[in-house]
Design a protein around this ligand. Structure first.
Ligand code: SOE
Length: 387
């Protein structure tokens, strides 16, 4: 066990994501003891003094601030971790990079491609380590899917299908904007399900199956007006409540994606399925330790879908946890991401997805929204292998 170097974290934002990241930092050293770097929870920042004080105490941060610029300016911080609503990702990331800090950013990278481009420029110019928390890549079953695809077991890929279904905004009386509901406010979020949910699906899809080169999409906003929590006025809703798109991947396969917050009964049903010439795989977030695999080359009398319980020590990340057969959860994806980031710092390597990788997802999101609003196919501008 080494653990002799520290990485001093300044976390901005103490909502849901602030908690998932903090939990990642707190537990990573216990379960990845061989890491050279150990995160130190130096400072957490949020505008509300009461919330940030309580958060700092609960999670064990050494101090708190109410102005993110102060965190960025502090010389006892090595890495700034952005867990705020999407509208502040750009200014915080650029200022942090300029101050020479490593930058970690919650997904999506930005509200728009233009913002994302400026963020990528800033981290490149400053030469600072950077990563975006597309956490689902780090669930063992999803990482195993990547290993299976890369091994060539599926053969030529024909289809990629993904859904991300929720139902939490069906109530027309739910307000938009402000704490907890900024995801429904277009100014804060940039878009609705496209940036919030499909961005996860696109990130995983391009990681597993390569570049998405063009898209044809439709979006719908079912509830057109909502009370805005901050202005107190009933205002138009600017986000997409649902989005469906199909696409071509550069490898010749076809993609079909659907996301909505109006699928009654589904809370966070993220699923994907890949169909290849020899074999198929599928995964479901509600049963996250399992990967299903069908191989046509199996002897016909026993051929069928295998349900692989991804909990064995030789499967991704699982040598760090309990004993074979015992599952892990959603929060572990963030612990794994913290571990992978610390490892990348130790090795001086990139931690994927970097800002540049996440910008490719941003390009697809932007093309999806443009396709829906113009009712036409759009090229994404993404090509080549994706990390
Ligand atoms: C939205 O409800 C949300 O919390 C997303 O913002 C997360 O990225 C997703 O993982 C779960 O759903």
């Amino acid at each position: 066990m080494s653990q002799n170097k520290t990485l001093r974290i300044g976390l901005i934002g103490c909502g849901f994501m602030g908690r998932t990241h903090s939990n990642g930092y707190k537990r990573v050293g216990d379960f990845f003891p061989a890491l050279e770097y150990r995160p130190v929870l130096k400072v957490v920042c949020s505008r509300s003094e009461k919330s940030v004080r309580d958060f700092a105490q609960q999670w064990g941060y050494e101090s708190f601030e109410t102005d993110w610029q102060k965190v960025v300016a502090r010389d006892d911080i090595d890495a700034v971790d952005i867990c705020t609503p999407n509208d502040s990702h750009e200014p915080i990331a650029i200022a942090a990079a300029k101050a020479g800090k490593m930058v970690l950013c919650e997904k999506p990278l930005s509200r728009t491609l233009a913002e994302g481009n400026r963020m990528v420029e800033a981290v490149k110019k400053a030469g600072v380590a950077n990563t975006v928390w597309y956490n689902y890549r780090r669930l063992p079953a999803v990482t195993l899917a990547k290993q299976i695809v890369d091994s060539g077991k599926l053969g030529k890929i024909f289809h990629y299908r993904a859904n991300f279904l929720q139902d939490w905004t069906i109530n027309a009386n739910l307000p938009q904007g402000g704490t907890g509901l900024w995801r429904i406010d277009v100014d804060s979020a940039g878009s609705g399900v496209t940036g919030d949910l499909l961005a996860h699906c696109i990130d995983t899809a391009m990681w597993l199956n390569g570049a998405i080169i063009d898209v044809s999409a439709m979006t719908e906003t079912f509830i057109k007006q909502r009370l805005h929590q901050l202005t107190g006025k009933v205002q138009p809703v600017g986000i997409d409540d649902a989005c469906i798109f199909h696409c071509h991947f550069e490898n010749g396969s076809l993609g079909l994606f659907e996301s909505t917050r109006y699928a009654r009964g589904h809370k966070a049903l993220y699923t994907f399925e890949i169909n290849g010439e020899h074999a198929s795989i599928r995964w479901d977030l509600h049963d996250l330790n399992r990967l299903e695999y069908f191989d046509h080359r199996d002897e016909s009398i026993v051929r069928g879908w295998r349900s692989i319980h991804v909990t064995d020590g030789d499967q991704p990340y699982m040598d760090k946890w309990w004993v074979p057969g015992l599952g892990i959860g959603y929060e572990h994806s963030f612990i794994h991401q913290a571990a992978d980031f610390l490892k990348s710092v130790e090795k001086g390597e990139a931690c994927h997805p970097t800002f540049e990788d996440a910008l490719q997802t941003q390009k697809v999101c932007e093309a999806v929204l443009a396709s829906a609003s113009t009712k036409s196919w759009k090229n994404t501008g993404v090509s080549g292998s994706q990390h």
